[in-house]
Ligand binder design. Structure first.
Ligand code: ATP
Ligand code: MG
Length: 162
């Protein structure tokens, strides 16, 4: 179904602002381009985004910050959703593996926090099934950023929310 990016961001805010607040993590959403629609299975894409934001919450200590930014790329053919955190970061040697099934970085913190190592592999699968892309950049002890690219809807769409 066609979904405006602002609806997606609004719903992310609804689901995560209280959780972030309770963990003393600043949660910011930024919409840099308005009126952009994407053709998605909303439940699935929300699951993918939730997996990434849940990680950000899990691996960011109290006092940190999570930012979700949505903007179009230069070609205006893609919506780029960036989810960045000020958490533990991921070692450059581990980074190429994080989208593999059951892969977990073997830090005592990750062991304590638990999880099965499936969240990111599921997110990647969902995003690629939409013709999208996902990549991560990270620096140890500085934080991590995930960038999701999703194709913008082609043609005119009647704005039923107007
Ligand atoms: P699950 O999501 O199945 O509960 P998980 O969170 O360990 O378990 P993934 O979501 O697939 O698994 O993430 C894989 C690994 O990547 C994590 O175990 C963690 O080590 C690392 N990781 C993912 N996101 C972040 C992040 N935002 N900051 C630091 N490390 C991260
Ligand atoms: Mg996870």
């Amino acid at each position: 179904e066609p979904v405006p990016v602002e609806v997606l961001l609004h719903r992310v805010t609804e689901r995560f602002s209280l959780l972030a607040f309770q963990s003393n993590i600043q949660f910011i959403t930024k919409l840099s381009d308005t009126g952009v629609w994407i053709q998605i299975d909303r439940d699935r894409i929300e699951q993918a985004i939730d997996n990434i934001i849940s990680n950000a919450l899990k691996y960011t200590p109290s006092g940190g910050k999570i930012t979700v930014d949505a903007r179009m790329d230069e070609s205006k053919e893609w919506v780029m959703l960036t989810i960045s955190d000020t958490g533990s970061g991921i070692d450059p040697r581990e980074l190429p593996h994080i989208f593999e099934r059951f892969y977990r970085v073997d830090l005592s913190r990750a062991r304590q926090l638990g999880g099965s190592g499936l969240g990111l592999s599921i997110a990647k699968e969902i995003i690629e099934a939409h013709g999208g892309t996902i990549r991560a950049t990270s620096a140890r002890n500085e934080g991590t950023a995930f960038v999701i690219g999703l194709p913008v809807c082609e043609g005119e769409i009647e704005d039923e929310h107007a």
